[in-house]
Design a binder for this molecule. Structure first.
Ligand SMILES: Cc1ncc(COP(=O)(O)O)c(C=O)c1O
Length: 280
């Protein structure tokens, strides 16, 4: 791994020199939250939305936000390469406690860490990815972007071992989201995605897609999607900040639509790229 500069607790330093205590509650309990924020042409994309979601995640785990929005911007910006497309990974844990105890310690200083990595959007108009459907085995607070991701890790690993890019998750027979993405489907000509509930992460990419659909009067809906409805969809996409909009052309070994990225994907891929350029 290249020895790039990272941010840790007030310092910028080479990745290899970044160290935290083994008593950190992030390490011991997965007691922390995170954000992934894309930057296009060196500029943080929809930062306010990401910081709002971060504030909600911190509130959900009862951890005080260590910085204002302005401080976060100032802290993250030096990590970005001017002009480059990248993503920032930002993590806050409850910090290192004197002893291992599930209950919060009385006084503790949170650990704040940020690093930058690449972005790999899907641009190929002729090919998509494979996905598998799986039972959603995660906890009930999926709207909190918690670092406690073991269920997501296991689900995604199973997908990868089956040659798939993503595990698409179902709870009680209804679609929730992907192991690391939101899911959209084109059903009877309507771009459809499950509504925001604690069962899914309120994705920023998801919001942008719905905004673009409404702006361009493309039929869209936030409603529950059964497994049967998804299997009969003419298009399925997975969406996230680092992967943008990826067309799924094979679900559980069955072709989706005509087995190629569909006309909705082509339209939204362009709308999304144009929107990025308009902000950069
Ligand atoms: C479980 C889950 N759902 C949805 C998303 C998409 O969210 P966003 O578009 O804000 O990246 C992610 C992102 O990694 C995720 O991990």
């Amino acid at each position: 791994m290249p020895n790039e500069t990272i941010y840790l607790n007030g310092e910028y330093l080479p990745l290899a020199n970044a160290k935290i205590s083994v008593m950190d509650r992030g390490f011991l309990f997965g007691d922390g939250v995170y954000e992934v924020i894309p930057a296009y042409a060196g500029k943080l994309f929809r930062l306010e939305n990401h910081l709002e979601r971060l504030a909600n995640s911190l509130q959900a785990i009862r951890l005080q936000n260590p910085h204002t929005h302005e401080q976060w911007r100032d802290l993250l910006t030096p990590l970005l390469k001017p002009g480059a497309d990248q993503s920032v990974y930002l993590q806050i844990t409850r910090g290192a406690a004197p002893k291992r105890d599930h209950a919060f310690p009385q006084t503790i200083i949170p650990t704040v860490f940020a690093m930058v990595s690449g972005i790999t959007p899907h641009t190929d108009p002729d090919n998509g990815v494979k996905a598998i459907s799986m039972e959603d085995s995660r906890w009930k607070l999926c709207d909190t972007k918690a670092i406690t991701l073991l269920a997501n890790v296991l689900l995604r690993q199973t997908a990868v071992e089956k040659g798939c890019a993503e595990a698409i998750l179902f709870k009680d027979g209804y679609l929730t989201e992907g192991a690391a993405s939101n899911v959209f489907a084109v059903i009877d000509g309507v771009l459809t995605t499950p509504p925001k509930t604690p069962a899914i992460l309120p994705g920023i990419t998801r919001d942008i897609i719905l905004e673009l659909a409404r702006k361009h009067t493309i039929p869209c809906s936030e409603e529950a999607i059964s497994k049967d409805a998804l299997k009969n969809a003419s298009e399925i996409w997975i969406t996230s900040s680092t992967r943008e909009i990826i067309p799924v052309v094979d679900l559980d070994g069955a072709q989706v639509g005509n087995g190629k990225p569909g006309s909705f994907w082509l339209t939204f891929h362009k709308l999304f790229q144009d929107y990025k350029k308009s902000l950069a």
